[in-house]
Design a protein around this ligand. Sequence first.
Ligand SMILES: [Zn+2]
Ligand SMILES: [Zn+2]
Length: 348
Amino acid sequence: MRAAVFEKVKEPLKVVDDYDSPNIDGVTGQVIVDITACGVCHTDLGFLDHGVPTGKSPPLILGHEMSGVVKEISGDVKLFKQGDHVLIPAVISCGNCFQCRTGRENICSKQIFFGSNVDGGFAEQIMVPAKDIFHLPSEVPLEEGCIIADAISTPYHAVKNRGQVKPGDWTVVIGCGGIGLNLVQNIKVAGGLPIAVDIVPEKLDIAKKLGAVETISAKEMDDRGIVGAIRKLTGGGADIAFEAIGNPATFKQAFNSLRTGGRLVAVGYSPKRWDGFDIGRVMFREMELMGSLGCRTVDYPRIIELVKNKRIVVEPLVTAKYPLSEINEAFDVMRRGEGVRTVILCQK
Ligand SMILES: [Zn+2]
Ligand SMILES: [Zn+2]
């Protein structure tokens, strides 16, 4: 089959036509999916450009935001049939560790992340366990629907299970990329009042269309100005702030924009440390700090319903589509910081 193979850091992906296709003979509980689309994510760029280590050493197929059409099923699979439209979550959990058995499978200690621990979605096909994938209804377009697998589901978990946004809560989203814009959408669904912060005016325009009640252009402001603007809009500070960049400076900004008793949710990843962190303030003002990683599989049916019923939209977030043969151009789009989400059309 055709696949884009990651061989070395800082080298283009190698598109080949003779990668081994998955084989369903002799396996149980598996489905082979013809991948329609796979989203390009900053996590992939981390592996490709910044030397973030993958779970399995290269050669490896990256990509973890997949939608597709069922091609083959193993004899024992009853839930799916050939031709079904499906969504493949970014991560498969083990089902047996402490976290899995206490309802927190998104932080499974043995999780398998597509495009890191095993081959992912920048290929024509993949074989996945039937128990971990979901039907996509006809109302959800296959090409855009793939972004549910991370760009929509990660913010859903951050807003619902971690931030616990309630109607009327003032919330701040720092960073309006694929994740940040979907934090805005999910906050709106939860009834919160999102304030979007970014340096790119076009991204703030999209945030507004997706439900931000206020936007702050961080380009013309210093930290003090941004925090001051948020405090003014919210009458003393936000209830909940989401940091969706992964940068100590913006993490600090998000923390400082909170009211006493506020909650900071870290959604962006950073390998850097935050020196000079004010622990006393956390104690004295009862601040809450928490991380948010991915999404539990049990949340997917609800997310798919939200997209099906257009409470969460996917089409405006997919701003470019490239055939698998032009995947390196798609990564260049992300390197230039253009658009929101690019998807790779894997059968083209
Ligand atoms: Zn991702
Ligand atoms: Zn587990």
